[in-house]
Design a protein around this ligand. Structure first.
Ligand SMILES: [Zn+2]
Length: 300
């Protein structure tokens, strides 16, 4: 782990982007925070994060940045910058939560109550940095499927065909980092119903290469356009989870060690960054008594 790094007043982001990895932030102004509030209340976590970054980033690699640039930031780096901006503004970095024990369903509550506080603090989470000397592409995430778990694409070649023909067997996948822009796009896509379809679309959009056998000469672009989501139909769900972990290998590691007081089961709980973000904003509203920034309708 690299400690918090500073290069001439600039901050190093954990996962570099295609544009570089040095960023300079300033305390966001009230107008920015109000805009972030309003978007977060509408359930748009990535869009509100983009607003926060727009209002907090002074320069990126010494240059002014536009929203187009920000959209190219790896999501894990965007989250890191968002937390740093939270700190500059004095927004809370602790997270309330209720987590059921995976064995006995006992509910563990993280809260501040009667002087006791067991809420995890984002400041305590480990941050993993990539190697700033390596090229951006060298660290793309590779998933090798075990034998027997390969993804096989079978289709009926014509309407008359009774049987499906195998057109490709995929054994290895390479993904680039999920970007802030991708998350914004997914969030704004109302046809995606649940979080698993959100994730699938994100992985699909960031699938940059595949390895395996194809019966014809099919490159990735052709595979994607012809067979769409079939290429992401992993027979083993653990491969799906591996991609999630791979995408989170840099940046804030949102894992909290848990122990059930009832049955003593131990596990690692993943803290959902999206809900943290919304929660932190909400709780900061109630923090300043007499200085409330107002109701939902007044903000809009
Ligand atoms: Zn338990």
């Amino acid at each position: 782990m690299v400690p918090f790094l500073l290069y001439g007043g600039k901050m190093i982001i954990p996962r570099k982007s295609a544009l570089g990895n040095r960023v300079e932030i300033q305390k966001p102004n009230t107008e920015t925070i109000l805009k972030v509030f309003s978007r977060a209340q509408g359930g748009k976590y990535a869009n509100s994060m983009a607003s926060l970054l727009e209002g907090s980033i002074e320069s990126f690699e010494g240059e002014k940045v536009s929203l187009t640039h920000l959209k190219q930031l790896p999501l894990v780096s965007a989250e890191f910058i968002a937390v740093e901006a939270f700190k500059l503004y004095g927004l809370p970095t602790k997270l309330e939560g209720v987590y059921p024990c995976p064995r006995c369903d006992f509910k563990i509550i993280h809260e501040e109550k009667d002087g006791a506080d067991n809420r995890p603090d984002l400041n305590d989470f480990q941050v993993i940095y990539d190697d700033p000397e390596e090229s951006y592409e060298s660290e793309f995430f590779k998933l090798s499927l075990e034998e027997g778990n390969e993804v096989s694409i079978k289709v009926k070649k014509s309407k008359q065909d009774e049987e499906e023909t195998e057109v490709a067997t995929l054994t290895e996948y390479i993904f680039s980092d999920i970007t802030l822009g991708t998350m914004m796009e997914i969030e704004n896509d109302t046809t995606l119903k649940d979080s698993s379809s959100h994730l699938k679309k994100a992985y699909y959009m960031h699938l940059v290469d595949v390895n395996g056998n194809t019966t014809e000469d099919l490159d990735l672009k052709t595979l994607k356009s012809r067979y769409g989501y079939m290429i992401m139909n992993f027979p083993d769900v653990s491969d799906f989870f591996s991609i999630s972990e791979g995408m989170r290998r840099f940046g804030i590691q949102p894992y909290v060690p848990m122990c059930c007081p009832d049955c003593k089961k131990e596990w690692e709980q993943v803290v959902d960054f999206a809900s943290f973000f919304v929660y932190a904003l909400r709780s900061s509203q109630s923090k300043n008594t007499g200085k409330s920034i107002g109701t939902k309708t007044r903000i809009r």
